[in-house]
Ligand binder design. Structure first.
Ligand SMILES: Nc1ncnc2c1ncn2[C@@H]1O[C@H](COP(=O)(O)OP(=O)(O)OP(=O)(O)O)[C@@H](O)[C@H]1O
Length: 289
């Protein structure tokens, strides 16, 4: 409690726009700018997640009595009856932690443990049911479904993606070749993205998103479909972002990627943090269950 309150006060002193709230403490590792982080902001907080709860409301959900009952489902379809019931899914349950400049934080957990939900909440795309997320800088979410347009060519998507990240035409021009090179999609850049394999699409998304320095970059499984060479290149780029004191969050089921890229791992289990610490310790515990 005291530690996070102090952290929050310090951030508030630096940025008087951050609102005050009661906070819970999480057993957080020491500031982790890392020896390679040359930036003097390394180690200062970028994201404070404070007792965060996210609840989805699903309308038309089956009641307990209807679950798994094909006959009633069919009957309802035939009678065109809707389902007025509303079901709540409590996806994130009281998560608190502090991320710092220079951190690359891996998030692991079983399917449905709340990883993507947490990232989307940090990105500001999901409103908290209670608790809060404070960020220093603009978080950018790079996910498997990042908003590129399938019917447009890679070329057009690069230009639009760069504009969407706030670049001006001169910056887009300067970055264009680098993005194409990094993505490794070659002449496919002239074809619509609908003709790309999932790996090619993921590579182009990562190449576009990482062409700009981010204060907080949230990566959701976007590296999962790349090949070995691309994984190495993207890991180098994430390391560079850390060195420039950005904060990177990485959700991946591939634990090798997490271990090689991150300096800290959060293990989510049923919407709660089960463990938070250095990759080796957390991944060993995670693999042991
Ligand atoms: N848009 C949504 N509407 C309703 N419920 C959702 C929605 N997205 C996720 N959920 C539910 O929230 C819970 C957490 O899902 P989430 O996608 O965050 O988990 P995850 O750890 O990222 O899973 P995975 O590893 O399978 O990607 C799950 O029970 C899921 O069914």
């Amino acid at each position: 409690m005291a530690e996070l309150t102090e952290e929050l006060s310090r951030v508030k002193a630096e940025d008087s726009g951050v609102p005050s709230t009661d906070v819970r403490v999480h057993p957080n590792p020491e500031p982790s700018g890392g020896p390679e982080s040359g930036d003097d902001r390394a180690g200062t907080p970028t994201v404070i997640v404070d007792d965060l709860h996210i609840i989805y409301r699903v309308y038309g959900a089956a009641t307990e009595a209807e679950k798994g009952n094909a006959a009633t489902a069919l009957l309802r379809l035939l009678k065109r009856q809707g389902r007025p019931q509303m079901k709540e899914i409590h996806a994130v349950r009281g998560v608190s932690f502090v991320a710092r400049h220079g951190d690359a934080i891996g998030i692991v957990g079983r399917n449905g443990s709340g990883k993507s939900t947490l990232l989307r909440a940090i990105a500001g795309l999901l409103p908290p049911h209670s608790g809060a997320v404070y960020t220093d800088g603009q978080p950018s979410l790079l996910g498997v479904n990042a908003a590129l347009m399938r019917e447009l060519t890679g070329e057009r998507n690069i230009v639009l993606g760069c504009y969407a990240m706030g670049m001006n035409p001169a910056q887009v021009k300067e970055k264009y070749d680098e993005i194409v090179d990094f993505s490794g999609i070659g002449e496919f850049v002239q074809f619509p993205m609908s003709t790309y394999s999932s790996g090619m699409g993921a590579r182009l998304r990562f190449a576009i998103a990482s062409a700009k320095a981010h204060d907080v970059l949230l990566i959701d499984e976007a590296l999962a479909t790349g090949d070995r060479d691309f994984k190495r290149k993207s890991q180098d780029r994430i390391k560079k972002m850390r060195d420039e004191a950005g904060t990177v969050f990485l959700v991946a089921h591939n634990l090798d990627v997490i271990e090689e890229t991150c300096n800290r791992v959060l293990w989510l289990h049923k919407g709660k943090i089960k463990m938070d610490g250095d990759p080796k310790t957390v991944l060993e515990a995670y693999n042991a269950v």
